[in-house]
Design a protein around this ligand. Structure first.
Ligand code: NOJ
Length: 777
């Protein structure tokens, strides 16, 4: 391509600055959408040439990632960029904001090296999609990918180059508030989601003007913080790491993610931020990662609080030695690295290595070819960045309805008729902020469709809709204060001043005159967020009392859950006539939920995480390691592994979700009883739609290693297919099983498939499966 043949020439022209050499080859960022990347050797030559011309201070400047607004006042930031002391920034979201910052870099800094602009675009940008846990509930990787693609198109059009996503931490402890941000508990499903998401963000290349570079996070094991308490330690066997927790990061990297964000936690005694084994041996040497690593916010400073660095100097030294290329919200790299290098304590080789990755990432983002490729020309800036015309509502509605899980549907309560009188009740029924979920980026709550609005739009003049709030999210002032702590000027949790009983009384009155009750309960979005770990999974405050009072009216009770983690649903499970897990559905949430309530969409979501019966049962993940005294349903419980006060097993299992139709699954058919190494075996079932409506379901393949050299899980998801069937229609679904699918990390961390018997289990959730057995020779 024109600009990249110029690039090779530029690499040899030591007298030209990088930006001026490339700026001459392209205009103001309106390049071709698909960019052919030059060869690796051209990139290498270009970067080597640039590094040769950089002073130590300029090199260190490239390693600094600065938060807009938080780290320094705007004029100071301009000064720092112009002085070559900033490699990239995050938290600005418009072209008009980013342009002067890029000007400072490419017009005023000595070497004119462009900076990059990043942001936490986790589940949408201007248009907010369902939270990742919701996207995973679709079990539809085209949905996950498309959500990321739309986000990339919107964010790149706002001058952004990179996103701190996808977040692919496995979470098995719903007390952890960031459970909402990930794709659930399962290594396979989360890995598939990681891949789809990276592909969506980056498109065919992170250099494309409509792509974002993806930073897979949080490397590593952040979801396993002890007790689900955020930022806590992680202590884990190598086998569990390799087998369960590491695969999603690897999948994101193998899909081409250009960046990795390092986790805040320590791992077996060493913080990830100072962890050479993690960042060099595993990430670089074993996995061959070629991109850039970035610390999490202030994580280098925190090495002192972890108690592994005496002072800032030691913290900076540990981090650069370990392989932290960029320092987010940097203080210590700027302060400490110059002297550490001059004194010989940190070799220039380490600095050059980190700078090489930062420049390489910018190169891969296409910024040396055109620093303004996503910022464009001022004349083309959107007049209103929040204009309705910039939103992708159809895509968001489609993703949202596919992410909803039907948990209960007694007597076919759902779908509801579009007639009569529907009472929409609950603290989340008309909550625009909450339906957007945590990390809703540049989404504007005012543009969100609430459940109340969605029901009104669906019913139009055909039916009557009434509303009552019914309860505050919580009655606990301590919790309200905590949730509003981040932004006192714009508190997210605004309390109704009435007493809980007054609110319930009003709701009951509204309910009495309605035919059906649609009640939205759950958590405010801040309750399922970073730093929002909980000691309880119950519906907070008076919400359960509200449900109980409404149940007493005798009207059909449809519970619509909005939450970012599995909750304790014992009472609603036993008492609701129907129940939907909607998570946080985003900008088009209310429409999507109404689509499901009134049957314009037949729900097809499946849980990506197990729901415990109580908090004491955690962890409840389905793929537990086998034990010597398992509890067996129907057999005496004495001296088996269980909690004696309550039933065993999850309240709702991984992979579970109902439909408005029913499906029948045949027995599992195997093409052969043995599998030779290097060979293949076909496992299939025939699924039939036995109900009266067209519907989709997810056929799930699990494997169990019958006897191995180490203890293996009771079962592991190894494949899934989402299929649509008309009433009466059947389809045979095939899965190919080969040696690769049977491999695991043994006690020596060798990835092997051991000979012996394997049970193949196929079903529509993790608990109800048919089984057949084969032998690996
Ligand atoms: C801290 C969070 O842990 C991380 O996920 C996020 O990307 C950064 N802050 C930047 O906002």
């Amino acid at each position: 391509m024109r600009m990249f043949s110029a690039l090779a020439v530029a690499a040899s022209l030591a007298c030209l600055s990088a930006a001026s050499a490339f700026a001459a080859t392209d205009g103001a960022g309106n390049g071709n959408p698909a960019v052919a990347m030059p060869s690796a050797s051209a990139k290498q030559a270009f970067i080597d040439n640039l590094i040769r011309r950089m002073t130590l201070d300029e090199k260190i400047g490239q390693l600094r990632l600065i938060s807009i607004g938080a780290d320094m006042p705007a004029p100071k930031l301009m000064e720092e960029i112009a002085a070559g002391r900033v490699g990239g920034t995050f938290n600005s979201v418009t072209r008009a904001d980013n342009r002067p910052l890029q000007d400072a870099a490419v017009k005023h800094s000595r070497l004119k090296i462009p900076i990059f602009f990043a942001y936490d675009i986790v589940h949408g940008h201007r248009t907010v999609f369902p939270i990742s846990l919701g996207l995973a509930s679709s079990w539809d990787m085209s949905v996950v990918k498309h959500a990321a693609r739309v986000a990339a198109e919107e964010a790149s059009a706002d001058g952004l180059d990179a996103t701190f996503a996808p977040m692919v931490d496995i979470s098995r402890d719903p007390r952890w508030g960031r459970t909402s941000e990930g794709f659930g508990e399962d290594p396979y499903l989360v890995s598939q989601s990681a891949r789809a998401s990276v592909q969506g963000f980056q498109g065919s290349s992170p250099a494309n003007p409509d792509s974002l570079m993806a930073f897979v996070k949080h490397f590593a094991l952040y979801g396993a913080v002890e007790g689900g308490r955020d930022y806590n330690v992680v202590d884990m066997s190598p086998m569990r790491m390799y087998q369960d927790y590491l695969p999603p990061y690897r999948a994101g990297i193998d899909a081409g993610a250009g960046g990795v964000m390092i986790a805040l936690n320590s791992i077996n005694g060493t913080p990830a931020t100072s962890n050479k084994w993690l960042l060099r041996d595993l990430l670089r040497d074993e996995w061959g990662f070629k991109g850039v690593t970035v610390s999490d916010h202030g994580a280098i400073e925190e090495l002192m609080r972890h108690g592994v660095a005496r002072d800032g100097r030691e913290a900076a030294k540990l981090a650069i030695e370990a392989g932290v290329d960029m320092s987010m919200a940097d203080v210590q790299y700027l302060k400490q690295l110059p002297d550490l290098v001059k004194s010989g304590e940190v070799p220039m080789r380490d600095i050059d290595g980190a700078v090489r990755e930062v420049l390489g990432a910018k190169y891969d983002m296409g910024l040396f070819a055109d620093p303004y490729r996503r910022i464009g020309a001022a004349a083309q800036d959107p007049k209103d960045v929040n204009a309705e015309s910039r939103l992708h509502r159809d895509a968001a509605r489609d993703a949202a309805r596919k992410s909803i899980v039907l948990l209960e549907n007694r007597h076919d309560t759902l779908p509801l008729a579009k007639t009569g009188k529907v009472a929409v009740i609950g603290p989340l029924a008309d909550a625009k902020i909450d339906i957007m979920g945590s990390w809703s980026a540049a989404g504007v709550a005012g543009q969100a469709v609430t459940l109340l609005q969605g029901v009104r739009d669906a019913l139009g003049a055909n039916a009557q809709v009434t509303y009552a709030r019914g309860a505050n999210i919580t009655d606990d002032p301590r919790v309200v204060e905590y949730l509003n702590f981040l932004d006192w000027d714009n508190p997210e949790v605004v309390q109704d001043k009435r007493t809980p009983q007054q609110m319930i009384d009003e709701a009951v009155q509204v309910a009495r005159s309605a035919d059906t009750l649609v009640v939205a309960v759950g958590e405010s979005r801040g309750m399922s967020h970073e730093a929002s770990s909980r000691t309880s999974l119950s519906l907070p405050g008076s919400q359960l009392a509200l449900l109980q009072a409404l149940k007493a009216t005798g009207k059909p009770l449809v519970v619509v859950l909005m939450n970012g983690r599995p909750l304790d649903l014992n009472w609603p499970k036993a008492n609701a006539d129907a129940m939907l897990e909607t998570w946080y559905t985003g900008t088009e949430g209310g429409h999507a939920i109404a689509d499901v309530l009134f049957g314009d969409y037949n729900p097809s979501g499946k849980l990506p995480i197990s729901f415990p019966r109580s908090i004491g049962q955690i962890p409840t993940y389905y793929n537990q390691l086998r034990i010597g005294r398992p509890f067996t349903p129907g057999k005496p419980p004495n001296y088996t592994s269980q909690y004696f006060e309550e039933d065993s097993g999850p309240l709702y299992a991984f992979g579970y979700g109902l439909s408005y139709t029913t499906f029948d699954v045949s027995k599992v058919n195997l093409s052969a009883g043995t599998l030779a190494r290097g060979g293949k075996l076909d496992a299939s079932v025939t699924v039939r739609n036995t109900g009266k409506r067209e519907g989709e379901t997810v056929v799930q393949l699990y494997l169990q290693d019958v006897a191995a050299s180490i203890v293996r899980p009771v079962k592991e998801l190894k494949g899934f297919r989402k299929i649509a069937l008309k009433p009466g229609e059947s389809r045979t679904v095939h899965f190919t099983i080969d040696e690769g699918l049977l491999k695991f990390y043994n006690a020596k961390l060798q990835y092997v498939a051991e000979p012996g018997d394997f049970n193949v289990q196929i079903g529509l959730d993790s608990q109800h499966v048919g089984q057949a057995t084969f032998t690996l020779k």
